[in-house]
Design a protein around this ligand. Structure first.
Ligand code: PEP
Ligand code: MG
Length: 831
């Protein structure tokens, strides 16, 4: 039978709990008590030796459940375990359940002959009855121990909630969960009640994901620490808002036929993962194999350091992929790379690798591979197909670190000619970098419609058939292949009749796509004849191609950070010049607004030491402040931009302007660079316009003065909102506050537009707000001349504008400015 130990600071309390619990089973039951300390003046406390003796007195092969009251009771119990031999220690389970209710529930279960897991589950669920009776809502917040903490002892707070977002705690919500938990000091544990799992650490992305939490599952989250309640409130808010997911974006069922239909001869059958038809020569992709040998290392500290360096570099690389992916496939899909970063920060995984290196003197590669394999295996044991797919993300991260450890070059997926990419599998980071104009189709032997690679293929519009037979891997490069991503079929050297049918289907598919996009090529003109320029926010040449294909009339924001991040030294003038020029060429005289470097703060450049970490990075050394303090770095970029401006339609935009002095200082440096170029007889556009981002409230307040200094404004509502609302844009706890539709932000936009127009300069908006279809009438009504959005949003935004008239938009904007909350603004536009 399972036995029980009560650990409490107060002997009276422990004896009372024992009395209450044993009464429930009307008789003798093995409950040992370890309570109070040997100090008659101050008897409250816990003593590890007493706890050890109590456990030893009721040791049982069926298990011993230890229930504790407050903070140091847990420490004493943990120490007591150290005194036990390993075999006995494994029979003892420390349980976070509430003391009184937990003891009663556990005794009842144990007396009924339940096993230790069932007894633990009963103890943990002990508050349900009370909560139900009190009518606490679901999700419910109930304080397990509401007594004021004494000394360093904090209560454990618990929430029990039902998960409502469609895919449960899959990679992105799990990442958001862990990232949110990490902002607080409390210790977080979470368990899946529905699947009856043990509690796992809330700061471990893998452990949280492995809980297999799906829609409708009930979970319990406990927090222990001084900010326990705030922690749980923040976590609860994530669930309440479905982790910010719009479930409609997770609707692969519409486009994906996971059913495998029967095949006729010559066909390969796979999973329909991304619709569309491709007919092109095959090109194989095989990432270079990484062969790991296991060996003994003498200097395990140096080996651990080596692994940490590789992990750090991997983080930088993933940050670069993330930045690129946010622009190319949108923030929601790019968040999977955020989840990959969390894998690399997972304390459980790092501790396991550390232990292998330090205790077993294993080399870094072998240690890392072993822990990655373990994590991947835990995902594979899950019944849930979606969560099983997360193995690919873990493997992707794992391979990246291994590649860095062995010094292999990164895989190159840049195709010179259009082709169908054939591979065993594609890692999400590989898929995110694909160029849809070259990769016409994807055919893999592994993968599924719910893999991140499939999601990315759909976002990029590349037809994909996954999970076909291994024979495709033996095809010669250049062999003609056809695939239909809607039916999940592929053909190698298709017969002419099949080719005809597929060519006709591809034609129809491409025509439908073209028609949809054709409208995007038309200017965005309102019903009453006003044109708004629709530009794109981009971060690479590839994005520019996508933007142009989606109807972008120019680039309103080139985030040049992508050139600087994820590397060990700043890009040279030539490297930058080549990229700026190439982008300008793709744009073919459409305007290209190049924003000068906006790093620092939350995006530090590793090769520029900033010294003491900043307490408030968003209020710190970023954007123009950083550049003015690094004139050589700034001049290199300005020279590259100026050189690329010759014969192209380039403009320079300065970020994070807070004062007139900054604009003047930047323009002085620009003048110096222009003079140097003139002296060296290097051509540049003498009429190149200079604009600034309006994203700091002070800039709005002095917009009239700033307008006299520059040629245009572009309002950065992402930052402007965080500064106006004094809410960190990356902090989910204040996410509802940091809403660009708040009337205070809208009034700032209005003020900026008025100042710009009075001074005779144009004003655009390049924050995420511009891509919000609800915002279109307001922004039009406020008088913006240009809107710059991510390439995917262009067709929808253009369509929205053509359906509006300026007169009605102005009326809506006037009303919006008078609302008292962002929600009321939303309601106004929605009605
Ligand atoms: C903004 O702040 O609105 C903006 C467009 O710039 P970023 O998001 O790069 O800070
Ligand atoms: Mg900004």
């Amino acid at each position: 039978m399972v036995t029980i130990v009560i650990v409490s600071h107060s002997k009276q309390l422990a004896l009372g709990v024992r009395e209450l619990a044993t009464q429930m089973v009307q008789g003798d039951f093995p409950i040992a008590v370890a309570a109070g300390i040997e100090d008659s003046d101050n008897p409250l406390g816990t003593d590890p030796i007493r706890v050890y003796e109590a456990i030893a007195s009721v040791l049982s092969d069926d298990g011993v459940l230890v229930l504790m009251d407050l903070g140091s009771a847990l420490m004493s119990a943990e120490m007591a375990l150290e005194f036990l031999p390993q075999a006995q220690r494994e029979q003892v389970y420390l349980c976070e359940a509430p003391l009184v209710e937990g003891a009663v529930a556990a005794v009842v279960a144990a007396a009924a002959g339940k096993n230790i897991q069932q007894v633990i589950a009963e103890a943990r669920g002990a508050l349900t009855a009370k909560a139900t009776q009190l009518g606490v809502d679901n999700p419910q917040l109930s304080v397990v121990n509401s007594e004021s903490p004494t000394h360093a002892e904090y209560p454990t707070v618990e929430i029990r909630l039902t998960v409502s977002n469609r895919l449960g705690l899959h990679a992105r919500p799990a990442a958001l969960f862990v990232a949110t938990a990490a902002r607080f000091q409390s210790q977080i544990q979470v368990r899946n009640v529905t699947r009856n799992t043990a509690a796992v650490r809330g700061d471990s992305i893998n452990q949280v994901a492995i809980l297999g939490v799906r829609q409708g599952h009930e979970i319990v989250i406990t927090a222990t620490g001084k900010d326990a309640e705030q922690t749980l409130e923040a976590l609860q808010a994530l669930f309440a808002t479905n982790f910010g997911e719009d479930d409609s974006t997770f609707a692969p069922a519409q486009t994906v036929n996971q059913e495998v239909s029967p095949t006729t001869s010559g066909e390969l059958l796979g999973i329909a993962a991304s619709p569309g038809v491709a007919i092109a020569p095959v090109i194989h992709y095989q990432p270079p194999a990484i062969n790991i040998t296991q060996y003994h290392v003498d200097d395990s500290d140096a080996e651990w350091q080596r692994l940490q360096t590789a992990i750090h570099t991997a983080c930088l690389e993933i940050q670069a992929v993330f930045a690129q992916a946010s622009i190319q496939i949108g923030d929601a899909e790019a968040a999977i790379f955020d989840a990959q970063l969390l894998v690399l920060e997972d304390p459980v995984l790092l501790e396991a690798a550390h232990q292998r290196i330090l205790e077993h003197h294993l080399n870094a590669e072998a240690a890392w591979q072993a822990v990655i394999n373990e994590v991947a295996a835990s995902y594979q044991t899950l019944e849930d197909a979606y969560l099983q797919e997360r193995v690919n993300d873990v493997a992707d991260v794992g391979q990246r670190v291994l590649r860095l450890l062995v010094g292999n070059a990164p895989a190159d997926l840049h195709l010179l000619e259009p082709a169908i990419l054939v591979a065993t599998d594609l890692a999400p980071s590989d898929a995110a970098g694909l160029d849809p104009t070259k990769v016409l189709g994807i055919c893999t032997t592994a993968g599924s419609a719910t893999s991140h690679s499939a999601i990315i293929a759909r976002t990029l519009g590349i037809p994909a058939v996954l999970g076909v037979g291994g024979e495709v891997l033996h095809l010669e490069d250049g062999t003609l292949m056809a695939l239909d991503g809607e039916t999940g079929k592929a053909w190698v050297e298709p017969k002419p009749d099949i080719l005809d049918v597929l060519a006709a289907k591809r034609e129809a598919w491409q025509t439908a796509l073209k028609e949809a996009k054709a409208k995007a090529y038309q200017p965005a003109i309102t019903r009453d004849g006003r044109q708004i320029n629709i530009f794109a926010n981009v971060g690479s040449i590839n994005d520019v191609q996508v933007a142009v294909a989606n109807g972008a009339e120019g680039v309103g924001l080139l985030r040049t950070e992508f050139l600087y991040l994820g590397r060990t030294s700043a890009p040279t003038e030539d490297e930058q010049f080549i990229v700026y020029q190439a982008i300008a060429q793709v744009l073919n005289h459409r305007p290209l607004i190049i924003r000068t470097l906006d790093v620092g703060g939350d995006k530090p450049l590793p090769y520029f030491k900033i010294g003491v970490p900043e307490a408030n990075p968003f209020l710190g050394w970023r954007g123009i402040r950083f550049c003015l303090d690094h004139p050589e770095l700034f001049k290199t970029q300005l020279r590259a931009i100026l050189k690329a401006s010759a014969g192209h339609n380039l403009k320079i935009m300065l970020p994070m302007i807070a004062s007139v002095m900054e604009v003047r200082a930047a323009k002085t440096i620009l003048n110096d660079v222009q003079n140097e170029l003139r002296q060296a007889k290097i051509a540049f556009d003498e009429n190149l316009q200079v604009g600034i981002m309006i994203e700091i409230p002070s800039a709005v307040a002095i917009a009239d003065q700033l307008a006299a200094e520059v040629d245009f404004f572009s309002i950065g509502t992402n930052d402007l909102t965080q500064y106006v609302m004094a809410g960190d844009r990356t902090n989910p706890r204040v996410a509802t506050l940091v809403d660009a539709l708040h009337p205070s932000v809208l009034r700032m936009i209005q003020q900026t537009v008025q100042a710009a127009h009075t001074a005779g300069i144009w004003v655009g908006l390049c924050g995420e707000l511009a891509a919000d279809p609800l915002a279109a009438p307001i922004l039009l009504g406020l008088g913006l001349d240009e809107l710059s959005v991510n390439p995917q949003s262009i067709p929808i935004l253009k369509q929205a504008i053509t359906q509006l008239s300026v007169t009605e938009a102005e009326a809506i904007a006037t009303l919006a400015l008078q609302q008292d909350s962002a929600n009321h603004v939303r309601a106004l536009v929605n009605c």
